[in-house]
Structures are given as structure tokens and as C-alpha cells.
Write a protein that binds this ligand. Sequence first.
Ligand code: ZN
Length: 227
Amino acid sequence: MGYDQYKKEVLETSLWLSDHGYFGSLRGTGGNVSLRIEGKELMAVTPSSVKYHEIAPDDICIVDLSGAVVEGSRAPSVEVGMHAAVYRERPDVNAVVHTHQTYGSVFALLNEPIPSLLDEVSFTLGESIEVVPYALSGSAELAANVAGKLGNNANAYIIQNHGILAFGKNMDKALLAAELLEKVAHIYYLALSTGKPVTLLPDQIREMAKSLREYEVGEARKRAAKQ
Ligand SMILES: [Zn+2]
């Protein structure tokens, strides 16, 4: 089987994110999306510096986890190292979305994590949405900073002074993670702006969220070890 379905899915996701303002500008080329190729050390990833509405499925690159192009004539996203770091460290993740979405980016500027506020969000994204320390876009340092945070098993992170990362076991789940992050960041920002204290979820629920993520990642590790 070729990679057509993977390329199509990456392009469709990119267009959805672009059209819904997740890349921060409609005319820009910010953000990037990737999908792990099942059973291989490969991913389909958006190309670098091309407007999403001006590309076709064949402009999506197939690269290995070192970033080397296996199929496609375009240069892959400069953030390919960051995506590869996630696929290397987290066998539970098969799709990665990196955006410059507005409310997620508010917390990227504040350099503040988003704590456990809603059970719907915490069970899906993790007990807290941590901030990955800043490093230049596309640098090996940024990929290393991302890798250094993945051990909390979350499905979403804020990247300091940059944007966000959202993951899922498939593309639909990664998109949902990006949406849930934007929703919680938006309402958290509004709640904080009242100046009144913000209540967190009870400890017991936070522990449940943490255990759920640990369990899912642990199960994926067992499956990966058997292959
Ligand atoms: Zn970016």
C-alpha cells in the first residue's frame, strides 16, 4: 500500500486547522501536522513554508524519524525533529498537531501551565498541560525540550513563546486534543480575568486523570514491545 491515505489525512487536517484559525493566520504557513505510518519508522508530514490552500496531497512529505525524505519533492516542515521526538518517546501517539492557536498561545507567553480544571479535558489531555521551555523554531534544542516533557504522558503541551502541541492515537483524537486545549485555555483565561480565585478539580479526580494517561501509555508500550 502506498502513502496516499496518510497524505490526504494530513492535508485535510491542515486545511481544517487553517480554516478554523488554529495556525494563527490564514495566509501564513505556521503550524504543522504529522501522522505516523503504521508499522514503520516513518511519518507523513506537512511541507515547509507552503500555504495549505496551495498544496495537493503529493506535497505532503514522507520522512523517516531522522527527518530524511523517503517520498516527496518538497522539504519537510522545519519542526520535523519535534514530531519525530514524540513518535520515538510515545508509542501511544500516532498523530501530532502543532499550532499557533490564540488562547493556547496566551499561556505560552505567560509561561504558565494549565492545571486540572475540567474532567472532560483532564481525562483526555492529562492532569496538567505543561509548558515546554522555549528554543528556536526548528532547532534540535526545541525537539530535545519537547522530548524532556513527554514523561508525564499528556496529550497536549504549551510551547513557551511559540504555540502548542496536541497528540492522539489517531488524527481525529489529535484534532480533538487541540480543540480541547483551546477551549480550556479560553475559559481559564476568562476565569482568571475576573480576578476571583479559580477552583481546581479535586485531588482524587486529578489522580484519576494521571492514572488513565499512565495506563494508556503503558498499554501502548507493551504492544510496541511485542512487535
Ligand atoms: Zn510553530
